[in-house]
Every structure is written in C-alpha cells, then in structure tokens.
Ligand binder design. Sequence first.
Ligand SMILES: [Zn+2]
Ligand SMILES: [Zn+2]
Length: 344
Amino acid sequence: MDAVYACVVHAAGDLRIEEREAVAPGAGQVAVRIAYGGICGSDLHYYRDGGVGDFKVRQPLVLGHEVVGRISQGTDEFAEGAPVGIHPAAPCGTCAECRRDRRNICAYSNYLGSAARDPHIQGGFVQELIVPVDQVRVLPPGLELRTAVLAEPLSVAIHAVRQAGEGAVDGKRVLVTGAGPIGLLVVAALRQSGAREVVVSDLHETPLTLATQVGATHTVQVGTADWPDEIDVAIEASGTAGGLRTCLERVRRCGTVVQVGSLPGGDTAFAGNVLMTRELTLTGAFRFDHEFDTAIDWLAGGLPVDPIVTHTFPLADAKAAFDLASDRTTASKVLLDLSVGTPR
Ligand SMILES: [Zn+2]
Ligand SMILES: [Zn+2]
C-alpha cells in the first residue's frame, strides 16, 4: 500500500499526523487496515499533559488502543476483508500474575499506545497496524465497526463491575461517579449485570443526559441535587480525588468501592478514616483481559450504548477531534475515522 499515516504525540500539546513506513506482517501476525479509533481519556492526557497518571511521554508515541478495522494481509484463519476488533494487551504470559490468570495487571504487558514502558508501545491510530493474531477477534455478523470500537472501553467497564465481587451488583443500588465514556459504559455494564438502580453523578448536564439514555435510573448534578442513600457499591469513574471521596462517603457501611478512573499522578488525598470506621472495601480495576470477548458479545447483542459516540472526525482533523473530546459539555466518545482523508 501507499504511505500510511499515524497520529503521534511528541509532547504536551504537540500532536502530529506523520507518515509511517508500511511494513509487512511477520510470522504469527496480520495486518489490519484500521477503520475507527476511539479517543480515550488516556490519549487526551498524553496530548494535553504529555503523560497519564505516572506515565510520561519520553519519545514520540503513536496514540490509540481502541481500534477496529478489516484484515488487509491475513492468514488462513483471518481472511482478507474480515472485520476485526483488536485486544490491545500482549501480556508476558510467564510472570506470577499471568500464571494466576490476572494478565491485565502483568507488569511486562505491551499495551497499544502506552508510555507505561520504555521504549513505549506504539499505538493503533495508524492506517495499517501489524498485530499478533492472538490479539485479533473476528467480529460477529451484524456488529458494525462503529459500534465494535466501543469493545475496548466496555471491557474496562465490565472488569470494573466484576471487581466489585461475584454477584455484588445484582439487584443492588450502585453509584457511578463521573459520566465520561467509561462511566457511561459502566452504567450499561451494571444494568446488563442485573443492578436494580444505577445512580450517576457528574458536574455537567450533558453527560448526565447520556447516562439516562444508557440505563441510569437516577442522576445527580454535583452541587445541585440530593443523593440517594443505601448505596451498596460505588464505582469511581471520574478520576478525581473528589469522586473517590464521594464514593467512600456515599456508599453504605460495609460497602464496596471500585476505583477505575485514573487519578492525577503523584499522591492523592485519601479519606482513610472513612474507610476504616465504616469498614469499607476499596479495590482497583485496571484494564481487562477475557472481558474483551464478553464486550464483543454484549455489543453484538444490542447493548444500548450508541448514544456514547457523539462525534467522528477524519484522521487529518485529529487535533480538532482531540480538542472537542476534551470538552465534556459537548462531547463524549469521539472517533477518528482512519479510512478517509488524506492528511494535509
Ligand atoms: Zn481506552
Ligand atoms: Zn505477565
């Protein structure tokens, strides 16, 4: 193929569309012509802050880990033209976590578009991506690429719900702080998992409207409304210290709090005495593993998540896409369409 273009961050505020050499897949790999890429909160942090959490950009990084497309150079198993989703993680397979089937927290995992390791793992916002076959999933018939691109963040959400414990949300009242794309997908995953009531809080009205569309039963615009009581489980998806405090204070005594939002780098003020005196359980949720297949199944089954994708931009307009995706009063999940537009 001709030149392929990629969306590359060099430093805070320095996002470029750059040509990349098209390479052929090696043994055990396929080439995927990327159709859509979802802009994630972590991509936005790399762009705005030059890093996410404690991971700093130290060399040019192709962003993107939420990508879908069609096989362009395949194998017997993966026919050319087949629509595929891409699992972004390549765990080491041999460390203690991998051997315990906790591959999502493998410290040696290569995750698409991540500065967690040095050298960085280049991402999927590139028009043709070479990827190992075991990260490729052929999509079921009828599942549109535009919808399938939510499989990655939905997997994060499903994992967060599972971290609350087996059956912990079934028939229960659950709070979600933060109605960004992850929070919204957590809402959908909670309803699918049998949560009876889902309360969602956010600073802004637009994301709360979306929350209702994907299954929230009650919304709280922070500072303007009352909170329901007797919350069994709280899932922190805002990535703010305030959100974590809200979860610790609002969940019932003996309740469970799951931190899935990425907090700012460094130390976070933490209401430890609230945890101690109320005997709460606090747990983290990081990425996902087998949940990716569940996410594809749920999306193919019609999980009502379409309202979450609010905008689509051609790759050439990536900067505008990133700027809009940062505006939480207007946008939720913003997609890059990598199949169109010659970069200028
Ligand atoms: Zn993501
Ligand atoms: Zn490992």
